[in-house]
Design a protein around this ligand. Sequence first.
Ligand code: DP6
Length: 340
Amino acid sequence: MTTATARAYPNIALVKYWGKQDEDLILPVAGSLSLTLDAFPTTTTVALDAATGTDTGTDTGIDTFSLNGAVATADATGRVTRFLDRVRELAGSETRATVTSTNEAPTGAGLASSASGFAALATAAAAAYGLDLDRRDLSRLARRGSGSASRSLVDGLAVWHAGDDAHSYAEAVAGPDMRMVIVTVDTAQKAVSSRAAMRRTALTSPFFPAWISSTEESLAAMLEACAADDFTRVGRITESHALRMHAVIQSCDPPIRYLAPTSVAVFDAVAALREQGLEAYSTADAGPNVAVIVRPEQAEDLRDALAGFGSVRLVGAGDGARLIDAGATAAAEARPGAGA
Ligand code: DP6
């Protein structure tokens, strides 16, 4: 048996990814930019089990996947298997795997658990199946599981490029030092998955073409602001781009609204704090929770000011996905006389 374990952190986009130009390859309609966090990691072990290869009569054709100690749903397992099929294709392998994952963020609550999940799975599976991929190719591979996962391969600020399969990967960007306060308003699973909502937006929103062109403009402006180390400009683009994403999502048919009244109250409170000199800017993914960026020296004040809206967590920039155990058993097996 060959095993590998990887750890990855979620990322929160400051310029959002919303919409695919290719659903199979997971190529986005526009580029995006995010901050990889230093909290809420996913740790994933991929163990290859030679006894369940397709050459045995007992093979069911399905990998096993457990999440936070429980056997995962058929849907989640199917998504892992489709991802591993891509890894097996690259590795020329037919061996099935046992995938064990623990996730320290509430799954499905808009804290990007699919980003950390597929970044960790890509990193662990590539090692377990013996693929020698650099960070760029690992980002491209993670993208096939979930688009935003491509960015969790990167430390800190990451830009994920739109383009064809070869060119759609994430890489590091220098920018202002910042912290983020995550305000968890609700940990329930969202009613419509971001994948389904993205598709519905592309198919039914009359504003979708404008969303694509304005995202390209926002990303270009954001990259300039990052290069200029201009926190204020980064913040303004972040907040307006987030609200534009929620606007385009609300404009689809039937409509979808992810922001709850408390989420909107957090946006308002942050705007009021800005008036008082606490410079912070809000964003929210496909869920009700709000992430607020702030300069490091004002981070604790912001956390304290937002504590009444839900559970608050102050986070910073974290590392891209890393292998934390590269398969000691495999190495032992390779040594003559090491036994099974
Ligand atoms: C709102 O990466 O979860 O968080 O590619 O279909 O798996 P799939 O979507 P996913 O979408 C994330 C959307 C978002 C914005 C963002 O992270 O950029």
